[in-house]
Write a protein that binds this ligand. Structure first.
Ligand SMILES: [Zn+2]
Length: 342
């Protein structure tokens, strides 16, 4: 049997699945992602068929074969009933509830390869953090806290081995649903999609909570055109990023607020995990949708909000940066976990 040359990562989203791979030194095989519909509504076999086809295509396109594959990582949104076993999720059909996806995927992969192939399965946000961590820490062993505000708040902690803190049921570091110290930000307890009523950080830092944040801000600024605009709230919320970059004071105040809230949360999480690096991902850090000035302002506001609550040594030590891999991160991170766990 030949030596493994690459490790594969499958990133399963609710609608599309992506494939990436890394070589033995951790560098990506390709920066071009292979994407396929997840076809979750067609059932478990259809999902596995799609993942297998995507891998076949990816390895052939890049000049490899099954003999070169050392292992596979699977990045998937939870919740999980047990490691590798899916629980009922809002964005997946009922058929997926209780599915031991890790075991079934390993069986299909092993059959195709003609030898046992191990599957590491984990939370997509955690695996995204693994890929970004490799870039910031380089050859070092510094630990990495990653926060990715988007529609929700992805949070990951990557330890000195390069592996994520998963917890016993893969919901470790679900930090978006920890409470924000509301007395520091002067806001009421917003509702959160998770149902908790303690003012989840996610509601103050992501698109999911923007309608509530905008409503409070418009009460404070009744002169703003958005206060009298008849446009639906969703449309108003989605206009804020463009408005901020055009210099609109209220829109900037809103993103400054989000950055401050996330900074306070960074300090809170640093009490538990004491990271060397903090990486901020998500749409606000995407160079294709925000300006350099916008991203720099967001990171500076976040860092300044965190600072007073950190230990003195942490204030000097922690290095802040924007995520670099974008939508590649979860597939590459899954591949890296397979490599590190081999
Ligand atoms: Zn929540």
């Amino acid at each position: 049997m030949s030596e493994a040359k690459i490790y594969i990562g499958t990133d399963s989203g609710a609608t599309t699945s992506k494939v990436g791979a890394v070589k033995l030194d951790g560098t990506p095989v390709s920066t071009k992602l292979s994407q396929k519909p997840t076809d979750a509504h067609k059932g478990r076999d259809a999902v596995l068929d799609g993942w297998m086809a995507a891998i076949e295509e990816f390895i052939a396109e890049n000049g490899y074969g099954w003999a070169d594959v050392g292992g596979v990582g699977l990045s998937i949104p939870g919740p999980f009933l047990a490691p590798g076993v899916l629980g009922e999720a809002a964005n997946l059909p009922k058929d997926m509830d209780g599915w031991n996806v890790a075991a079934d995927y390993a069986a299909r992969l092993s059959k195709a390869a003609g030898r046992p192939i191990k599957v590491n399965v984990g939370n997509d946000g955690n695996y995204g953090g693994v890929a970004e961590a490799r870039l910031v820490r380089g050859e070092g062993r510094g630990t990495v806290l990653m926060l990715a505000p988007g529609s929700g708040l992805g949070v990951a902690f990557v330890d000195d081995r390069g592996l994520p803190l998963d917890g016993d049921s893969l919901v470790g570091m679900e930090g978006g649903h920890m409470p924000l110290p509301l007395q520091l930000v002067g806001m009421p307890a917003f509702k959160c999609g998770c149902g908790r009523d303690w003012g989840c950080v996610e509601a103050y830092t992501t698109i999911s909570g923007l309608p509530q944040l905008l409503a409070v801000m418009l009460e404070r600024h009744p002169e703003h055109p958005l206060a009298s605009s008849p446009a639906p709230i969703k449309e108003k919320v989605l206009s804020l990023r463009t408005l901020a970059q055009k210099g609109d004071a209220l829109a900037n105040e809103i993103f400054d607020f989000q950055a401050k809230a996330l900074g306070i949360h960074v300090a809170n999480l640093a009490m538990a995990v004491d990271p060397e690096f903090v990486v901020i991902g998500g749409g606000l850090m995407d160079p294709e949708s925000t300006t350099d000035a916008f991203r720099a302002r967001y990171l500076k506001t976040l860092e300044e909000a965190a600072k007073p609550y950190l230990w003195p040594a942490q204030r000097k030590k922690i290095k802040y940066s924007a995520a670099r891999l974008g939508e590649l991160s979860q597939a590459i991170g899954a591949a890296l976990v397979a490599l590190y766990s081999a």
